[in-house]
Design a protein around this ligand. Structure first.
Ligand code: ATP
Ligand code: MG
Length: 165
């Protein structure tokens, strides 16, 4: 499975000091049209002077697009999408929150598994979050999910800040 993911979608990271805000904005742009069609309100709460991270911008963008599209797909009939960033000691925290359908407690531990999807055949491959997990791990970060059925879902991504000097 790892080989398949490696081969098909994850290239070795090409890392550089990276500001995640423009990447979040570009990712949002790709989902904006769909979000508008579904009357989704988008709220951005970006930290001022957020530290840079050492990252492959293309790979991080792949993660953000995956997570934002999941959020949009969870809110077919209006809702709110919140993108929030914070500095937390030697890490940055990125929260992507939706007010969508949520995930049942008995399903939540499966969402990072390759090919786990609740979407109809042909809509979801179930690879989005497993790929995101692999990418964030390779960046020495963490990705986790919290969800409540009927209330919504929050994806939390932690990335180590660029060491000074
Ligand atoms: N924001 C969310 N709200 C509700 N359910 C979610 C959310 N994000 C993920 N999920 C659940 O986790 C499953 C796996 O997500 P993942 O992104 O890996 O695959 P997918 O979205 O189904 O397919 P693909 O990403 O290939 O289009 C989804 O099918 C859905 O059941
Ligand atoms: Mg997905």
């Amino acid at each position: 499975m790892n080989n398949l993911l490696d081969f098909s979608r994850v290239r070795p990271p090409v890392e550089a000091p990276t500001n995640v805000h423009p990447l979040l904005d570009e990712s949002l742009k790709l989902a904006e049209h769909q979000a508008n069609l579904q009357s989704i309100e988008v709220v951005r709460e970006y930290a001022k002077n957020l530290p840079l991270v050492m990252a492959d911008p293309a790979q991080l963008k792949q993660v953000f697009v995956n997570v934002i599209l999941n959020a949009v797909q969870a809110m077919p009939l209006e809702g709110r999408l919140i993108l929030r960033t914070k500095a937390a000691e030697d890490q940055i925290e990125i929260l992507i929150q939706d007010t969508g359908v949520g995930i049942p407690a008995e399903e939540i531990q499966k969402v990072f598994d390759p090919f786990y999807t609740s979407k109809p055949v042909g809509v979801g491959t179930g690879l989005g979050l497993s790929l995101s997990y692999t990418i964030i791990q390779r960046h020495q970060g963490k990705i986790s999910i919290a969800s409540e059925v009927g209330k919504g879902t929050t994806l939390r991504i932690l990335l180590p800040v660029l060491p000074p000097g």
